[in-house]
Write a protein that binds this ligand. Structure first.
Ligand SMILES: [Mn+2]
Length: 210
């Protein structure tokens, strides 16, 4: 595996990940305007990452080419890995950030039944719950809520974020996934925001695990 990264003083990061399964190039600006340029080979995932970027008010460019002839697993998971690495690098020493974020995003019948809450704690974990009958539904030919869970898990682990995603109700998987990716973007927007009143890292310990 080849991996190249670059960090700038501004809260930006670039990641290039090349393996036998996928090739991914990505650039993130945490202090963007919600502009996205996404091409993953999976139309539904492009749509979700556009929403994530827009509602996170980040700028994200991501081009992925993966072994989709096998299935979407490698491409989907590796995109989660790269997104996590981008956020970890762009956050740098995490000085002055709000650290916590949470959001409910209404989407027609899934009103207030998708909850996302997160802590940029440096201690990565994902707690993801969804009603059984919803989780296995195919959304668009080849993308399920289970696939979204796998991407978000890789993201949480690589970014060092403690992340809770709870789908409590909802009938339409497309709407549920939109709520999840929008709420994740908005909760990250809150948590990554720099607040001038916060001196140093937002922890009484005086550090956040690297
Ligand atoms: Mn849609």
């Amino acid at each position: 595996m080849k991996r190249k990264t670059s960090i700038s003083l501004q809260r930006k990061a670039s990641v290039e990940r090349v393996t036998k399964e996928t090739t991914i190039h990505a650039d993130l600006n945490l202090d963007g305007s919600g502009a996205s340029k996404i091409s993953t080979g999976l139309a539904f995932l492009d749509h979700m990452l556009d929403l994530f970027t827009k509602h996170g008010i980040f700028n994200l460019k991501l081009v992925a080419k993966g072994d989709l002839e096998i299935d979407i697993h490698h491409t989907n998971e590796d995109i989660g890995i790269v997104l996590g690495q981008l956020f970890k690098q762009a956050l740098g020493d995490k000085k002055g950030i709000r650290r916590f974020g949470s959001c409910f995003v209404p989407m027609d019948e899934t009103l207030s039944r998708v909850r996302v809450a997160l802590d940029i704690s440096g201690r990565p974990s994902l707690f993801f719950t969804a009603p059984k009958n919803v989780a296995q539904h195919f959304v668009h030919r080849d993308y399920t809520i289970h696939d979204a869970r796998e991407l978000i898990k890789a993201f949480a682990i690589q970014s060092g974020i403690n992340l809770h995603v709870d789908v409590l109700k909802g009938d339409d998987p497309h709407h549920i996934l939109e709520s999840i990716f929008k709420a994740l973007g908005r909760a990250l927007e809150q948590a990554t925001r720099v607040d001038a009143r916060i001196p140093g890292v937002p922890s009484t310990k005086g550090l956040i695990e690297k």
